[in-house]
Design a protein around this ligand. Structure first.
Ligand code: SF4
Length: 406
């Protein structure tokens, strides 16, 4: 399943996304040809991204010591919910297929969270929710609205109540790992079609600039897997901690810990293998591509991006600070695509197309993402080749898997 989740080429060839991909590739070919001929550049087609990350709020009720969005948390900008709803409607009419309600804040603390999930399902969009789990009652409230293929993933990163509290510093001390896990059977009973995951960001000394604030958690990886299985999660997923560099990019930086990265990787491997012994028909253990790259030591390959990142057109971030080209650059000025509510009107959508055309030209991913171990590395090069080969046959349509999350 790890591979299917990250096979973005297959996702983009599904019937619901292939027309967007094809229109994008044809547009980029026509831009290239027009430039070669000295003609005017054709405008962007009226295409919404296939998938968005939607940061409903920057407010958070935790103060996680390993939080990557620390600088934007609890900042002033707010989404205009009327514009957002109008934007989502229009985007859904122009190719949007999935929405991931995710961070830079905790989505469930937004007062409009439940209503918004209902609205997204009314638009027949696939919905995923990444949450800190503190508002179990709200997750339970939206669970019956979700449909097959939708998922909820809780960022928990620990196996004991003590480490959970030390790492996450919840405002409300009554929010413990035990309490969060107690909601899982209720959520599953409310909707057996929803996949519920336990996310575990692996943190170790040397992995971050904030070494003194960091709590190592490698030693609780197995304990967390036991707990996740017992609580009724469908899976536990492990990934290494990322951090923001000075220019805002979200990176994994194993070189900082180069002198003991091999030792760290082997401790992580041992815990993952122990956890794997717990797998069953109803419980899986996943490890992220970044975890494998950390272990293999060849993460550099995944940092070699084409100059133009094509995923900027196919997957974007909407947040209270605006629209951005990629989760790895959320909140960074040079990655900004305009206002989050641009798609609310015809004029705004045209502006969004202009912003996209500009950022495709000006955002040099081979430079801006040179430290990012990018999950979209392979699909970006695949699209680059499709555009380069004007004689290529039509992009073959793939099978419908019902997974449009990018
Ligand atoms: S190359 Fe990767 S990290 Fe960079 S903008 Fe594109 S998807 Fe994001």
């Amino acid at each position: 399943m790890t591979h299917a989740i990250h096979d973005f080429g297959a996702k983009l060839r599904q019937p619901g996304a292939a027309p967007t991909l094809e229109a994008y590739v044809n547009w980029r070919r026509s831009v290239r040809d027009a430039r070669a001929a000295g003609d005017a550049t054709p405008p962007a087609p009226d295409l919404a991204p296939v998938s968005i990350n939607l940061d409903l709020t920057t407010a958070c009720n935790f103060k996680c010591t390993h939080c990557i969005d620390w600088d934007i948390l609890n900042s002033k900008p707010r989404l205009d919910m009327d514009d957002l709803r109008a934007s989502l409607r229009r985007m859904s009419e122009h190719g949007l297929r999935s929405v991931i309600l995710i961070g830079g804040g905790e989505p469930t603390v937004h007062p409009g969270f439940v209503e918004l999930v209902a609205y997204l399902k009314q638009l027949e969009l696939s919905v995923a929710i990444v949450s800190n789990g503190s508002r179990g009652e709200r997750l339970l409230e939206v669970a019956p609205m979700l449909t097959k293929g939708d998922w909820i993933r809780l960022s928990l990163d620990s196996g004991s109540n003590e480490l959970f509290e030390a790492m996450h510093l919840p405002n409300d001390k009554s929010v413990t790992l035990d309490v969060i896990c107690s909601w899982i059977p209720k959520i599953r009973a409310a909707n057996p079609d929803v996949t519920v995951g336990f996310s575990y960001v692996v943190v170790w000394k040397g992995a971050s600039r904030e070494e003194n604030a960091i709590h190592e958690n490698i030693h609780e990886m197995f304990l967390a897997a036991e707990r996740a299985r017992e609580a009724g999660f469908h899976y536990i997923g492990y990934k290494p901690v990322l951090e923001r560099q000075a220019d805002g990019a979200e990176v994994m930086d194993p070189e900082r810990a180069a002198n003991h990265v091999t030792e760290v990787a082997s401790r992580i491997r041992a815990e993952v293998e122990r956890a794997r012994a717990l797998e069953s028909g109803d419980f899986s253990v996943y490890e992220s591509i970044n975890l494998r790259l950390l272990e293999s030591g060849d993460w550099r390959q995944a940092t070699l991006q084409p100059k133009t990142c094509h995923m900027q057109a196919l997957r974007q971030v909407l947040s209270p600070m605006g629209a951005y080209n990629c989760p790895a650059h959320r909140g960074v000025d040079k990655a900004r695509l305009g206002d989050a509510g641009n798609w609310a009107t015809d004029e705004g959508a045209a502006r969004a197309g202009e912003h996209l055309a500009t950022i495709l030209d000006e955002f040099d991913a081979s430079h801006e993402c040179a430290q990012v171990t990018c999950l979209y590395h392979g699909v970006n090069w695949w699209i680059e080749d499709l555009i380069a080969d004007a004689d290529a046959p039509a992009i073959p349509m793939g099978a419908e898997a019902g997974d449009y999350f990018l």
